[in-house]
Design a protein around this ligand. Structure first.
Ligand SMILES: CSC[C@H]1O[C@H](OP(=O)(O)O)[C@H](O)[C@@H]1O
Length: 353
């Protein structure tokens, strides 16, 4: 069965699944330039740390394919840098767009310094680099799935099937395909080792009820939707074997920023003696910051809390606090951080970068 696709790209034509319309309708919208991408990311029509970077970079590829090569490589690289700097401002917490921009700028510098490469060839090389992100991300996610499933099965060797809990959406709708934490759940299901996955609603944007539930039902993966407030009772009632979540930015010491509500799941997992895993590609790991204290936390519009669609559900005039993310300290990530290179203790990532 084909898995869902959040991003469609073919020869310079980019479309995204408008995730604000899920689960009622599957509608793809075109992305013609970096401005379209910026707006779609900001409005969360596309979201998820890897998907944000991929859509941002592909929108630049779309523009570069249509652009007549500038006079010089310096001019080309100035344009690329300007567009990437703009895309990075779309959402502050996920690091993937920032790291992808840095990698592309480094490529520009190499191409500029290489006297055997002309400006047209440099433009083509940059486009190819940007377009390669799609396939690279899917390969990373499949590796994350395999590493994660084998680690969880090894640590639960006596169990025939496993009961997992997950938060937010970390699947095909947050990546180029297959997913990170949800990719591990897909791999457990494929290995016939999944009894049930309990997915949290993930208020207020409801990535769990609207997106993860949609993915799991679509692929007939056994799943139960719970409200965020049910997490502790579900851990106790259903004897959850492990909690697995994604990441928007992992700091060098393993502290991890992820969707709001992740930190409390980690605290609950600790108090129920349940393994807590983070699944994330190295493209989500920020070795430039030592710990989670310096991760910028995005504040989202209060209307996401006070309204369901256009219907007001909270008293007018009430103050709100709507951080999109929280930071889970490394010591609560007891199962480890599952990456495409293997599963590591949170403070053991640096040697593998
Ligand atoms: C595969 S990373 C997905 C990550 O991104 C989500 O945030 P948002 O939906 O606001 O982009 C959430 O934190 C997920 O864990």
């Amino acid at each position: 069965m084909a898995t869902l696709q959040a991003i469609k790209y073919n020869d310079g034509q980019l479309e995204i699944l408008d995730q604000l319309l899920l689960p009622e309708s599957c509608t793809f919208i075109p992305i013609w330039n970096v401005e379209d991408a910026w707006a779609a990311i900001r409005e969360m029509k596309v979201r998820g740390a890897p998907a944000i970077a991929i859509v941002g970079c592909l929108s630049l590829a779309v523009e570069l394919r249509k652009l007549a090569a500038p006079e010089t490589k310096e001019e080309l690289c100035r344009l690329v840098q300007e567009k990437l700097d703009y895309l990075v401002t779309s959402r502050p917490t996920a690091v993937n767009m920032h790291l992808a921009a840095e990698a592309c700028v480094k490529l520009c510098t190499r191409l500029t310094d290489n006297t055997s490469v002309n400006v047209a060839e440099a433009k083509d090389d940059i486009v190819k680099h940007l377009e390669a992100m799609l396939a690279n991300d899917i390969a990373d996610n499949r590796a994350i799935g395999e590493h994660g499933a084998s680690d969880i099965m090894k640590k639960n060797a006596t169990k025939d099937k496993l009961r997992m809990m997950t938060h937010c959406n970390t699947g095909s709708l947050a990546t180029a395909g297959y997913g990170t934490a949800l990719g591990v759940i897909r791999s457990l299901h494929t290995a016939s080792k999944l009894d049930q996955v309990y997915c949290t609603e993930t208020r207020p944007y409801n990535q769990g009820s609207r997106l993860t539930a949609f993915e799991l039902v679509y692929e007939k993966i056994p799943a139960t939707l719970i409200c965020d407030s049910m997490a502790a009772a579900a851990m106790k009632q259903f004897k959850i074997d492990a909690v697995i979540v994604g990441a928007d930015r992992v700091a060098a010491n393993g502290d991890t920023a992820n969707k709001i509500g992740t930190y409390q799941l980690a605290v609950l997992a600790k108090s129920h003696d349940i393994l807590f895993y983070v699944a994330a590609p190295f493209s989500s790991i920020d070795f430039q910051i030592p710990n989670g204290h310096s991760i910028p936390i995005e504040e989202r519009p209060h209307s996401e809390m006070t309204h369901t669609g256009s219907i007001r559900t909270a008293a007018a005039g009430i103050n709100c606090w709507n951080p999109g993310f929280d930071v889970t300290p490394a010591e609560l990530i007891t199962g480890g951080i599952i990456t495409e290179k293997g599963v590591f203790k949170p403070d053991q990532l640096a040697p593998h970068q």
